[in-house]
Design a binder for this molecule. Structure first.
Ligand code: S3P
Length: 425
């Protein structure tokens, strides 16, 4: 994919449904009783991996005209799949499904693509094993494929070293089936979509500070879910609108759950013109329209508790920081190294290729803004967020930029390039 400098981005856009919420609505709908109707479901490769896994376990899931209908069979209604479950590129599918599968009365093997087979699974193997699960890394390297032999589980209290909603959700889902209470304490609060949606489906949970407790359940009840737009997909248009001249973009119906919306705070700290309009709710999830206008940005420090609330937006924020006056420091973000790619190393490599002044650190990056970027060949390493970040950088850089494996955007945003191009007209 080859991209060139653009004069502006202008117009209105509705980003696709939130990826985290789309995954959860299929998973929880499958183990709930009755029908779950999902509106604005994200039809991307990752979420289709989740649908594929539950279909293989006997759940009837229809996907018609943008509405996904899941005929839930209750907490004990899943059937043993005939083959290995393929989670594709999706960490959310792999880790959350493990929590659901550990307490079933059948055995299953989970795997995924090359990237998923390198991502750390010890973070779920350890707590699930403490609950009594029989879950093993088939190659003994703490990565997928995972072999899970269903067993009855007991509740635990777990203190996690990482703030990860995938780890938290895996434990909470296992806790639904466990004997006794299950709780997890994280170093910082991670996204809470699981807690909100499980409550909406009838589960009993309590969140206090960084600890969440779940009571065992006998039944969940399917419901209608309206998925808000994904703030992690909106970041590319936020960045484009802020850094390109003469720009104004209205991004409609974006999820602004406070455990996800660190992007908005950082943009404010950088001096962005970014008002929130029409604040509303979809189910328990807050939403707003984001109005983005060209802004003079300044560098800032991004660290501590805010990091889990913008973890997927950090690559794009790092790129934006190249267009800010002064220095931006990102720290406490070592989790970036274990995403779909090592997002610290790959951001630094690619930003440097475009002429940016960036330093790699143990747990983040230091970006010295203000150096103009020029076109380059960008290796996305098949990481969707890297490809989309550099498509935006290309619009603000002199010359031509070529993105290798650009089609990896299908993981979370299949129509991304067309939507971005429309705004440059
Ligand atoms: C997700 C949680 C985050 C995020 C990922 C989606 C989720 O991962 O990076 O894209 O849906 O729970 P971690 O939980 O590993 O931080």
């Amino acid at each position: 994919m080859k991209l060139h400098k653009a004069d502006h981005v202008r117009g209105e856009i509705t980003v696709p449904g939130d990826k985290s919420i789309s995954h959860r609505s299929v998973m929880f709908g499958s183990i709930a009783k009755g029908t779950t109707e999902i509106h604005n479901f994200l039809e991307s490769a990752d979420c289709l991996s989740t649908i594929g896994c539950f279909r293989r376990m006997g759940i009837d899931i229809e996907n018609k005209n943008g509405v996904v209908t899941v005929q839930g069979k209750g907490m004990h209604g899943l059937a043993a799949p005939a083959e290995t479950l393929d989670c594709g590129n999706s960490g959310t599918t792999t880790r959350l499904i493990s929590g659901i599968l550990a307490p079933q009365n059948f055995d299953v093997t989970l795997t995924g693509d090359e990237s998923i087979q390198k991502r750390p699974m010890k973070r779920i193997i350890e707590p699930l094993s403490m609950m009594g699960a029989d879950i093993k890394s088939v190659r003994g390297n703490d990565c997928a494929p995972l072999r899970i032999c269903g067993k009855p589980l007991a509740g635990i209290h777990y203190t996690s070293k990482v703030a990860s909603a995938q780890v938290k959700s895996s434990i909470l889902l296992a806790g639904l089936y466990a004997d006794g209470l299950t709780s997890i304490t994280e170093p910082q609060v991670s996204r809470n979509h699981t807690e909100l949606m499980l409550k909406f489906f009838g589960a009993e949970l309590e969140s206090k500070g960084t600890t969440v407790t779940i009571w065992p359940a006998t039944e969940l009840f399917g419901n209608r879910i309206d998925v808000p737009g994904d703030i992690s997909s909106s970041v590319y248009f936020v960045a484009a609108g802020l850094i390109l001249p003469n720009s104004e973009v209205l991004i409609k119906n974006v999820g602004i759950n406070p455990t996800r919306a660190g992007l908005i705070k950082v943009c404010e700290a950088m001096g962005a013109d970014l008002p929130l309009l029409n604040e509303d709710h979809e189910n328990a999830e807050p939403t707003a329209d984001l109005l983005v206008r060209t802004s003079s940005l300044r560098g800032c420090v991004i660290e501590g508790d805010i990091i889990p609330t913008l973890i997927d937006e950090l690559p794009t924020i790092a790129m934006m920081a190249c267009f800010a006056e002064g220095t931006t420091v990102i720290r406490d973000a070592a989790e970036l190294k274990v995403k779909e790619s090592n997002r610290i190393a790959i951001m630094v490599e690619n930003l440097r290729a475009m002429g940016a002044d960036v330093e790699e650190t143990e747990d983040g990056m230091i970006i010295h803004g203000g150096k103009p970027l020029h076109g380059a060949v960008i290796d996305s390493h098949k990481d969707h967020r890297i490809a989309m970040t550099f498509a935006v950088a290309a619009l603000a850089a002199d010359g031509e930029t070529e993105i290798i494996d650009a089609d990896c955007v299908d993981i979370s945003y299949p129509a991304f390039y067309e939507e971005l191009e429309k705004l440059t007209k």
